[in-house]
Every structure is written in structure tokens, then in C-alpha cells.
Design a protein around this ligand. Structure first.
Ligand code: 1CP
Length: 343
């Protein structure tokens, strides 16, 4: 197996900079669109053969150094009694959001081995076919809480913040319940064979530092520390849009921190005392530009990556559906070429 990605996660030296791309399986690939013409998104996530096929697509088409399980962060909410659908136009919709004690009390606890058996099957399937490491993943407690409370995506997250400021007891009960669910779900993925995990905290950056520190990061810490006491797979934490609080985030015991494009990665690394491998951080929109501009920006990120304890190349957020595939192929090749160390 090509273990360059895993070595960098652990802070070991390697001969080139590994790359994978957030949302690397998805709508920008014609091969993905072909499959989506036949099945809806939830069906795709729940079918181990199809989910494996779309997981492998970017590895074969692009030559990335890691695969990420094809699923969605909202899948593990369904067995809690959440009525989830994906609308082509709006995105995810939760028809029974949780905004009061009564609906919180209705949430179910479950065993992911039984209820999310299809995820286990997909992982086992993939492990016998992949030549690169497989990344499992989950949403972080706060990011999942926003979907649970808002009932979908949101602009101002008013319902989430109403609870956070107005009924902190219930807000923390929700965070605590999600933390346990996510822990059990990630351990199931690890037992099934994933080689690393990424925890997506996509919406952390909507919160002020005081509340992040007091009421949110403690659940991330609990989650990661509990996983670490049961397994030694590398953990990537991705707090999107959070450059303003990286110093405090450095206390989280993840091995790798994902960084978006709003900060130079060497500055981000320094804020975290150069103790962690950094993942990132090209603006996904650079991939719409010419090859020259893509190359210039890749060079800039690679040069700054040298100062980090370790560097995994990625975009600063998910690849956009309209991205030209040829540019993505060029991007992966140029990262490999420019970072190759001569003997
Ligand atoms: O085919 C389609 O029309 C569905 C589009 C789609 C895809 C391809 C959704 C709906 N989810 C996914 C897959 C997905 N989602 C993966 C697969 C693995 C990969 O290749 O990376 C992963 C890791 C996710 C994670 C995810 N889902 C996040 C965290 C990452 C991020 O982008 O910040 C979030 C916030 C979601 C929610 C979600 N699912 C889908 C959409 C359109 C959204 C975002 C909606 C919103 O803006 O709130």
C-alpha cells in the first residue's frame, strides 16, 4: 500500500507531499454523474457496491494518495430517529429538527454495527480493493448539532444560537449525546478497517471564541481523547473558517489540523507551535484558473508547507461541482512533481 499519506499524518519524513481532495468523489466527475443518474444520493450512500465504486473513482482518475469513504456527515443522524432527505436544489433537509427538550428526549441511541451495517460493508469492501489508505469520517459534534437544530443548512444559524445562548443546558445535552454517537460511529469505522479519520467541523467558524472555548471544544476533546484511548489511527480535525482561534485549537489532540485558504499554512502551523501536521490549503476556486496560476499557487503552498511539521496537500474546502476535471488532474500531478525530493 502507498502509505505516504499515513506517514505524514504521523509526522514522519517522506519523499513527496501526499495529496487528497475534500469531496474528491462527487459531481465534478462525469463518472459520478453517470451513477447518480440511476440512483438518488441516499441510495448511493447505502449501497456498499456503488459507494465503493464512487470512492475508488478519484483514486483511479486522479492518482490521489488517499481515498475517503463515500457517505455524508448526516447519515448517522437517521438512526437517531431523524427524518432526512436530500433535495437536489436545497441540499439536506431534516423534517423533524430538534429545538426543545421534548424532541431531544425522543432522540434514539443506537448501535452503529447494526443500524449502519452498510457503512461497515463498504469499508470492508474497499479495504480489499484499495492500494491507498482509506479515510473514514464524521461531522464534529457542533457541526452535526447545527443540522439537527436548524433542520438543514443555514445562513445565520439563529435556531442553533438561540439554544446556545438561551438554553445552554439543552444545547450541551445535544452536544453530549452527539459526541457519544460520533464516538461509537467512528470506532465502528476503525474496527471495520479505515486507516485514518477526519472530523469535519464545517460550521465552527460561526461561533465567537468564548463559546467555542467554553462549550464546544471540550466535546471535540472528549471525542478525540476517547477515540485515542481505543485506537491509534491518525485523526484529522478540520475546523473550517477558524484562523482566528487556531492557538486555542492547538490543544486538541488530533494528529493533523485541516486549514482553509484564509491563512498561510506556515503561519497556521506557528500558531499551533509547529506540533501538528497541517492539511490544506488551496482555495478551491484556483482550480478554475489557468495552469500557470494553478502551478504558482501550488508552489506557494508547497514552499510554506516546508516549515510545517508535516504537510498533506488538500484544498481549503470541498472541490466545487463545476471544477474542470482536466485542471484537477493537472493539480494532483503538479503537487507530486513539484514536491518530489531528489536523492
Ligand atoms: O450527488 C449529490 O447531489 C450529493 C452531493 C453530496 C455529496 C457528493 C452531498 C450532499 N454529500 C456528498 C458527499 C460527501 N459529503 C462526502 C464524501 C466523501 C468525499 O469525496 O469527500 C463528505 C466527506 C461529505 C461531508 C459533508 N456533508 C460535509 C462536511 C464537509 C464540508 O463540505 O464542509 C457537510 C457540511 C455535508 C452536508 C452536505 N451534504 C450534501 C451537501 C450539498 C451538503 C452541504 C449543505 C450545506 O451547505 O449545508
Amino acid at each position: 500500500m502507498n502509505d505516504t499519506f499515513l506517514k505524514v499524518c504521523r509526522g514522519e519524513k517522506v519523499s513527496y507531499t501526499p495529496i487528497w481532495i475534500m469531496r474528491q468523489a462527487g459531481r465534478y466527475l462525469p463518472e459520478y454523474q453517470e451513477i447518480r443518474k440511476r440512483v438518488d444520493f441516499l441510495t448511493l450512500c447505502k449501497d456498499p457496491d456503488l459507494a465503493s465504486e464512487v470512492t475508488i473513482q478519484p483514486v483511479e482518475i486522479l492518482g490521489v494518495d488517499a481515498a475517503i469513504l463515500f457517505s455524508d456527515i448526516l447519515i448517522p443522524l437517521e438512526p437517531m430517529g431523524i427524518d432526512l432527505e436530500f433535495s437536489e436544489k436545497i441540499g439536506p433537509i431534516i423534517n423533524n429538527p430538534v429545538r426543545d427538550k421534548a424532541s431531544f428526549d425522543n432522540l434514539l441511541s443506537y448501535n452503529p454495527d447494526d443500524e449502519l451495517d452498510f457503512v461497515k460493508k463498504t469499508i470492508k469492501n474497499l479495504k480489499s480493493n484499495l492500494k491507498v489508505p482509506l479515510i473514514g469520517f464524521s461531522g464534529a459534534p457542533f457541526t452535526l448539532a447545527t443540522y439537527l437544530i436548524e433542520g438543514g443548512t443555514s445562513k445565520n444559524f439563529i435556531n442553533t444560537k438561540k439554544l446556545m445562548y438561551g438554553d445552554r443546558v439543552l444545547f450541551e445535552e445535544i452536544m453530549a449525546k452527539l459526541t457519544i454517537m460520533i464516538h461509537d460511529y467512528l470506532l465502528m469505522q476503525i474496527k471495520a478497517g479505515v486507516d485514518a479519520i477526519q472530523i469535519f467541523d464545517t460550521w465552527l467558524g460561526i461561533v465567537c471564541p468564548e463559546y467555542i472555548l467554553k462549550y464546544i471544544l471540550k466535546y471535540v476533546n472528549k471525542l478525540i481523547d476517547n477515540i485515542k484511548s481505543n485506537s491509534n489511527v491518525p485523526i484529522i480535525y478540520f475546523p473550517f473558517n477558524c484562523s482566528y482561534i487556531l492557538k486555542q485549537i492547538s490543544g486538541v489532540s488530533a494528529d493533523v489540523i485541516g486549514i482553509d485558504w484564509r491563512i498561510y499554512i506556515d503561519n497556521a502551523s506557528e500558531l499551533m507551535n509547529n506540533q501538528k501536521t497541517i492539511q490544506g490549503n488551496l482555495d478551491p476556486c484556483v482550480l478554475f484558473a489557468t495552469r500557470d496560476i494553478i502551478k504558482q499557487n501550488v508552489e506557494m503552498v508547497l514552499n510554506r508547507g516546508v516549515a510545517c511539521k508535516g504537510h498533506i496537500f488538500n484544498l481549503g474546502h470541498g472541490i466545487l461541482p463545476e471544477t474542470p476535471v482536466d485542471n484537477v488532474k493537472y493539480f494532483v500531478d503538479i503537487v507530486h512533481k513539484l514536491s518530489q525530493k531528489g536523492d
